[in-house]
Design a protein around this ligand. Structure first.
Ligand SMILES: NC(=O)c1ccc[n+]([C@@H]2O[C@H](COP(=O)([O-])OP(=O)(O)OC[C@H]3O[C@@H](n4cnc5c(N)ncnc54)[C@H](OP(=O)(O)O)[C@@H]3O)[C@@H](O)[C@H]2O)c1
Length: 251
């Protein structure tokens, strides 16, 4: 199962949750995975150790994506790591996964919350993609992690949903722009998935499960499986798509 052997991947927000599982799967398929986080040094290093213990290859990158300098810091660390490890600065798979969600209806959103949410969920993936484009090889992959919150109206996602909708628009635009190079660009939109971002108590579980066709709450691995598929050669004819991975939530 070394479908990604020789490929270089970069996964943002890989210290926990969905990003952690995406990085694990890409490494298991043979990619050299640069894994990024902001604060969670210990869990990111543990991810690198786990990948290496399984015989894979990974390296950590740290940067704050709520800071406009964040994407450039990722690029600088990536360039050094990959030049040392691979002998040239190149990228095959970019997964823009890092995200933040402050649950607030429009009445209580502050200007600071608005800026932070737009910055991490939209501006950072935009400029990270811009930074990495010269490194992204033909037939590469860009996979942006959005949310089912762009399809359904959840009033407490007053800033988050518009930010993710912007990311989805960027996905389609880039798919058209980069198609001539064989680069595919897709959105994966998770439904409710049990992570630090969406802790599930008994009440949430009961309410949510009744709205999910497959009758359970998503696990990070459910999302990561689809992202890993999109990274493989078998998915080369899929581009500009928004794939909702939610077990059929609120259909
Ligand atoms: N969980 C859900 O129900 C759900 C549903 C729909 C969509 N999503 C989307 O799926 C993606 C992953 O979510 P998750 O649930 O796995 O979240 P999570 O467990 O909270 O993990 C978020 C990741 O993003 C990183 N991050 C947060 N703020 C950052 C910043 N300022 N700079 C750099 N990195 C930052 C975190 O790094 P540190 O740990 O170092 O801070 C962490 O690795 C997000 O884009 C989210 O919007 C999640």
């Amino acid at each position: 199962m070394a479908q990604l052997h020789g490929k270089v991947a970069l996964v943002t927000g890989a210290s926990q949750g969905i990003g952690y599982q995406i990085a694990l799967r890409l490494a298991r398929l043979g990619a050299f995975v640069c894994v990024h986080a902001h604060r969670s040094k210990e869990s990111l290093m543990q991810l690198v150790a786990t990948i290496e213990a399984e015989g894979g290859k990974a390296a950590p990158i740290f940067a704050d994506l709520s800071d406009a300098k964040g994407p450039y810091e990722i690029q600088a660390q990536f360039d050094k790591i990959v030049a040392d490890a691979v002998g040239e600065t190149r990228l095959d798979i970019l997964v823009n996964n890092a995200g933040v969600l402050k649950r607030e209806p429009i009445e209580s959103v502050t200007s600071e919350q608005f800026d932070l949410t737009l910055m991490v969920n939209l501006k950072a993936p935009f400029f990270l993609t811009q930074c990495m484009l010269p490194r992204l090889r033909d037939h590469g992959r860009i996979i942006n992690i959005s949310s089912m919150g762009t399809r359904m109206a959840f009033p407490e996602m007053a800033v988050y949903a518009p930010a993710k909708a912007g990311l989805e628009a960027l996905t389609r635009l880039l798919a058209a722009h980069l198609g001539p190079r064989g680069i595919t660009v897709n959105t994966v939109a998770p439904g409710l998935t049990e992570t630090a971002m969406s802790p599930i108590d008994e009440h949430t579980a009961a309410r949510a499960i009744s709205s999910i066709a497959l009758g359970r709450i998503g696990a990070p691995g459910d999302i990561a499986d689809v992202v890993a598929f999109l990274a493989t050669d078998e998915a080369k004819w899929i581009t500009a798509q928004r794939i909702e991975v939610s077990g059929g939530q609120k259909i």
